[in-house]
Design a protein around this ligand. Sequence first.
Ligand SMILES: C[S@@+](CC[C@H](N)C(=O)[O-])C[C@H]1O[C@@H](n2cnc3c(N)ncnc32)[C@H](O)[C@@H]1O
Length: 226
Amino acid sequence: MQTPSRVVTSNQTGVHPRLAEVIERHARCEFLRPLSASGQHPFEHAVAAWQAHGGDLIIDAGCGVGVSTRKLAQQFPDGFVIGVDQSAHRLQRHIRWHEPEPTNFITVRADLVDFWQRMALARIHPSRHYLLYPNPWPKKAQLQRRWHGHPIFPTLLKLGGYLECRSNWKIYVEEMAIALNQLTEAEVHAEPWPVDPAMALTPFEQKYAASGHTLWHCATQLRQPD
Ligand SMILES: C[S@@+](CC[C@H](N)C(=O)[O-])C[C@H]1O[C@@H](n2cnc3c(N)ncnc32)[C@H](O)[C@@H]1O
């Protein structure tokens, strides 16, 4: 039997009081962190694999062991999925896959901040982009480590496409929805995301659903860049 997952606990009891101010500050200035030398190869490797295969690009950001990357590849057989994670340990974990593996995906080890910067510079635009159970960074002082509170967020939005975020921490998804409302014309809401553990898209989703957590979701179609 699986050990039940603990629910997220935090010294932050609602949406962060400085959320709007932090988002606004990041939106005002372009994120110009120098690219890392180690990020070039995984980026070029992943893009080359996508271009050789063709199809709409789908990004599985923080793909962990890559189960969701494979499942998305099956769900979108005409697309090509790039799963990105910084953890070699997770990416190398053997996963049991009973059916023939799809061929329209690749997983790469890279820092997402660097990967997103490179996508923006190369004007590569995904049709779909998934942020599935990102690390919640639940302490109040950690707002800027959550993707919507990070200075990379406006760059991520400029990539365009359908963007979806899921979490077992309601506040994370509420904040993400507020950030999307603030920086886009869309009306985005955090909604419960009921999941049958047997149908989970990712291992974290499976674990949280099996532990009885309420899962949360928000999604929007971002403006397609010109
Ligand atoms: C909570 S796990 C979720 C994994 C997977 N999406 C799932 O639902 O099973 C978060 C993942 O994000 C990855 N991650 C966190 N920050 C990252 C970054 N800056 N660049 C790449 N991956 C990152 C971690 O290594 C980890 O695998």
